[in-house]
Design a protein around this ligand. Structure first.
Ligand SMILES: [Zn+2]
Length: 150
């Protein structure tokens, strides 16, 4: 057994979730896999996780072929869910400070319907000045330029 729950799901080492529910694969491709999370939002709805089969901690660690398969897979899950729901939240918590609890990169897909009272966007909104807006844009452009070279 490895130290990563998701790797153990991929290898078939773990056949059940922590709460003893039987682990089931929803869909898989060569490099990706999706399954139902046991962390259900209230009101109870599906919460699907889409993961790379190989262990990568953060999204940028995934090779491009895996990234493409992941995004295609997420789009498929979203399309399927939206045949029964109005929309979806698609999230990826990248890093511990962003609430990533399993250190194996994973997308969350959560169905949404008008008035469902699921609170995903919990941050308090703030107003910024045009100067700050300009500064944030300049800094991000600089960071993106630097990141695209490594
Ligand atoms: Zn893993």
């Amino acid at each position: 057994m490895s130290s990563c729950t998701f790797c153990d799901f991929v290898s078939g080492e773990w056949k059940q979730h922590k709460n003893k529910f039987k682990f089931q694969i929803l869909h898989e491709t060569k490099r990706t896999m999706s399954f139902l999370s046991i962390d259900f939002p209230k009101p109870a709805k599906e919460h699907v996780l889409v993961i790379p089969k190989k262990h990568y901690t953060n999204l940028e660690d995934c090779p491009k072929t895996t990234l493409h398969e992941l995004v295609d897979h997420v789009a498929l899950i979203s399309k399927a869910i939206r045949t029964e729901h109005e929309g979806c939240n698609i999230l990826l918590n990248d890093g511990r400070s962003a609430e990533q609890t399993v250190m194996h990169a994973h997308f969350h897909v959560v169905p949404r319907d008008k008035g469902d009272e699921i609170e995903i966007e919990l941050w308090e909104r703030t107003n910024i000045t045009a100067k700050t807006y300009k500064k944030l844009n300049a800094n991000l452009k600089k960071l993106i330029k630097k990141a695209s070279k490594t």
